[in-house]
Design a protein. Structure first.
Length: 364
């Protein structure tokens, strides 16, 4: 079987985890948590990092800290993993979904700008761009739009560790931004996430809230409602080992991306996600567009190759059917219907890559 996107754990993961076990530092206290936070923040060009149990909890915590609550609105792209919208709902806010650009598959900023101009009376508290597949939303333009309307930006940078817009890393633009380290991401801690920010007060409060708002560990005094969102030391140890290998992972992802683009270019109706010239992507998960999506998926499955269709658009899910969806052409529907993601693990062999391509091309 050729998997879709699995971890590569050939660095110091076992060494660091063994150290945690042998010393007993396996829970939320321990040096690896702090080291992991610092490594991620430094790599992303941010001053502070706060580890969380997963990316979703990080997004929820960021919105909670901004005071987002009932009757507030959060703008989210219609093409995203559901965690983006779920995290907004956890605060009792109501997501507004914006269609995506048909070429880059990122939030359509023309639609966003038009909507904000026409709905100035709405209590829109935050915009959450999602850097889909490691490509990036046009962050300079988005920040200008958000600043004009006095709206906070929280980047869902879950998929984009190692991606840059004109040299500035994803996750370093908004007020608080979140990376995910689920098992399929470019690096992993098994689960896990990190909130990055340039605001010291936000970082301190995020750490406080994520550890149950405990002021005094001896008397168990808590000064506000907190959350058990802490990342444990043994998982952070894996993250540190993964961060040590991240530059090589990105290089390998770029090689895989270039191979697929070269070998699948001009094959049938296949189209690739457009990468703006300003973007240096991490090439996390290779995904392409074809009207033969279902046929290709079936052929790959028959050959023991794991592939997946794109996420179902948020507006099509039962819990969001009555939510606002801002669109003119409904590109989200078309992209979901015709896109599929194919194997992109950093440890794919050349033989496996060739097999994937041959299986796809046999469908045309």
């Amino acid at each position: 079987m050729i998997p879709l996107s699995i971890p590569h754990l050939n660095g110091n993961e076992l060494k660091y985890v063994t150290e945690c076990i042998e010393t007993g530092w396996v829970s939320s206290a321990g040096a690896y948590v702090t080291k992991f936070e610092e490594m991620v923040a430094d790599f992303a060009g941010s001053k502070y990092g706060v580890a969380a149990v997963n990316g979703t909890s990080g997004l929820h915590l960021a919105m909670h800290m901004l005071g987002i609550d009932r009757d507030d609105f959060i703008i989210v792209p219609n093409i995203t993993f559901i965690a983006s919208a779920n995290a907004a709902v956890y605060t009792n806010a109501r997501p507004i979904f914006i269609d995506v650009d048909p070429d880059t598959w990122q939030m359509d900023l023309d639609l966003l700008e038009e909507y904000l101009e026409e709905n100035k009376e709405k209590r829109i508290k935050a915009i959450m761009p999602v850097h889909v597949l490691g490509n990036m939303c046009d962050m300079p333009r988005l920040m200008q739009i958000a600043d004009k309307h006095n709206i906070a930006v929280i980047e869902d940078a879950s998929e984009s560790l190692g991606s840059y817009w004109n040299g500035q890393h994803s996750g370093s633009w908004g007020v608080m931004n979140v990376f995910s380290f689920n098992g399929n991401k470019i690096i992993t801690t098994g689960g896990g996430g990190v909130i990055v920010t340039n605001h010291e007060e936000h970082a301190k409060r995020a750490k406080h809230l994520s550890t149950q708002s405990k002021v005094n560990p001896e008397t168990y005094f808590h000064d506000e409602i907190g959350f058990n969102y802490r990342l444990v030391n043994v998982l952070a140890a894996i993250g540190v080992a993964q961060m040590e290998q991240l530059p090589e992972f990105i290089k390998r992802k770029k090689v895989i991306d270039a191979f697929y683009r070269k070998e699948l270019k001009g094959v049938g109706d296949i189209k690739f996600q457009k990468i703006p010239k300003e973007v240096d992507p991490n090439c996390w998960l290779f995904t392409f567009y074809s009207k033969k999506q279902s046929e290709i998926l079936a052929a790959l499955k028959e050959n023991a190759i794991i592939a997946r269709p794109f996420w179902m658009p948020m507006n099509q899910l039962p819990m969001f059917l009555d939510h606002d969806y801002i669109t003119k052409q409904d590109y989200s529907k078309d992209i979901h219907k015709n896109c599929l993601s194919i194997p992109s693990s950093v440890n794919l062999t050349e033989e496996q890559l060739v097999k994937v391509v041959k299986t796809i091309t046999s469908c045309f």
